[in-house]
Design a protein around this ligand. Sequence first.
Ligand SMILES: [Fe+2]
Length: 230
Amino acid sequence: MKTGYRIDFHAHILPGADHGCRNLTMAMEQLQLAKEAEVDVVVATPHFYPHKETLEAFLTRRERTYSQLCEEIKGKDLPKVILGAEVYLCPGLQDLEGLETLCMGQSNTILFEMPREKSKPELFVTLDEVREFRHLNPVMAHIDRYESSDVEKLLAMELPAQLNAVSLCSFWRRRKLLSYVHAGQIFALGTDIHGTEIGYSEFKKAEAVLKEEFWNIMEKTRKLLQLPSC
Ligand SMILES: [Fe+2]
């Protein structure tokens, strides 16, 4: 039974903002798929690579593509789109001026992506300092992708974690991921949609796999985003 908002916490749906969405036509297809999966809210999280571009250049592109999308969806019955970013975690990011502009919606929640290979210790210091000194709430994107030693460290730091729905669809990967869910360590679910192939049908399957835990996670996500209860 539906008890809250279905929230896709991680999606590449801004037209031309990154490699996840080619243009406005694709963005509209992605949102239509979200609607068919009964998703209420999609957080648009274009990639920000601080080692490759300035924050100013990223924000300019994000604003332009978000405005384009908002103009197109105005008055249409589609999920609500909230602005965020998927920030590639780099050492020194705790000192970046304007880091707060990357938070999701009106919240102090910020989504970080780790390297796929084993992380260097300074990245954990960066995360800690973002939390302690910038007073932001870092959420770790798709922890299903990282080295298990990194995952253990992130969870030991009590950082909220997000899972990609597609990983829960894999019988062989599911068991470990469900142990994180049952330990209360998963705060969000994402499609991480790039293109239109993989995403919302997997989100629906993940809902079925998670059973009653699905709505517990959605409620935690709602709080992370500081959305009103429904
Ligand atoms: Fe992503």
